[in-house]
Write a new protein. Sequence first.
Length: 460
Amino acid sequence: MSHSIRLPLVRSLSCSMLLGAAALAQVPDGYIVWGSFQGSAGNNGVYFSHPRDTTAAPIAVTGLPAALAYDPLGRRGAASLLRRPSDGKLLVGERAPAGTSVDVHLLTLQAEHVVMAQLFSVGTSAVVGEIPQMGLLPDGRVVVAATDLQPGGPLSQFLTAGYNYEGIGILDTDSGGVVPVAISNLNLFPGVINALAVSRDGQTIYVGNYISALAGDLWAVPTAGGAATMVASLPAGASNLTVDQDGTVLVTTLNGPPNLFRFDPATQTTTPVTTASGPLNAIGVERATGNLFLATANGGVPARSLLWMEPSGVEHNLISPNMATISSIDSNPNPEAYGAGTAGVRAYDWQLAPNPGGLPEVGNLNFSLTVAASQPTIDPLLFLMSLGASAPTPMFGLDVLVDLSVTTTTFTTLVDRATQPFPLPAVAGLVGIELFAQAFVLETQSNTLAASPGVAFTIL
């Protein structure tokens, strides 16, 4: 099938219609997006970076609201950031000077330029008001933590000893409302909320506290409100959280080592993860590979740098841009499913978290796509690979999601799952080509046709 990638790059109109707003407002496929706020060096802002190319300079997002852009007086920038998969938009939490509104910015992008920014206030800054981290609920609403606030705002729930008011709430970007999460024992939180993540089922909010250079902790909070439970004590202040693909919670800390911990909600155990990069200030998960993205803090090795770490623990320095304090990381998965499959007796889904073939990067001769049945089976399967997507097109009782005019076909046998190899030679001219695939199954026992969702990827 490798001959298909020599065809000209085609971005079909139907693909844009299918993906909707995400096609307009999207971090480049496979890229990481990161934010920074002003510290001891460099400009702050929002940037895109290639996930593996150590020679590629960061791409600066332009047209940022003034509150996120460079300010010579400091105390500005992106304190937190996440990409919303449902529409590809960026949510950026602000770091704000005294007396100014502390806002969540919902950014619509065209390429790397902001074409629309919506602001949602969670309170007023007391000294350096901040949204240290956010998390997404399954329905697209946003869980927000805010600290160093003046009294009176929706998230001014508890007066801390050294960081003024703080709180946690849920932002609905459709209605614009911010509803506090009522934590009955918020007064037991020591230090300051400095990290937040949401469980994959959306039922639990994990909160990391920075107490001091030598102390931190992790709490579990019901999303519906109620009493928080401390689930881990840490030997350094928490700086960032993420939930891994297996549901475990990863916590970065400042002033270690150790600077990375894994909390398992099933066993209620916390394990240190060995790193060699010093204090860490942000963490994210690369869905296609299971690798982690890390950002070192001002005291990291090297400082204010981006790294990726294999599940085995091997770290790779990606870039050291020497800008401002890197505060947050997210990414746009590549490959990624789109549309809905047509189930028969069984359903068929792409295995993407992780993808057994890894990233679609030039030189990855092991790149492949794998589809799996929801129940054991042995049936014939047809892979279609195309240069375009299509809006759902009914055919033989199935929804076809690829452009049939520019496709190649491969027949194979599905034995519970099937893998389509797609080796990518080290040819720079392939970079940027988008490809789309769908799998079709004949369920022989019932004589039923079924189809997977579509899957899209961009060669890196």
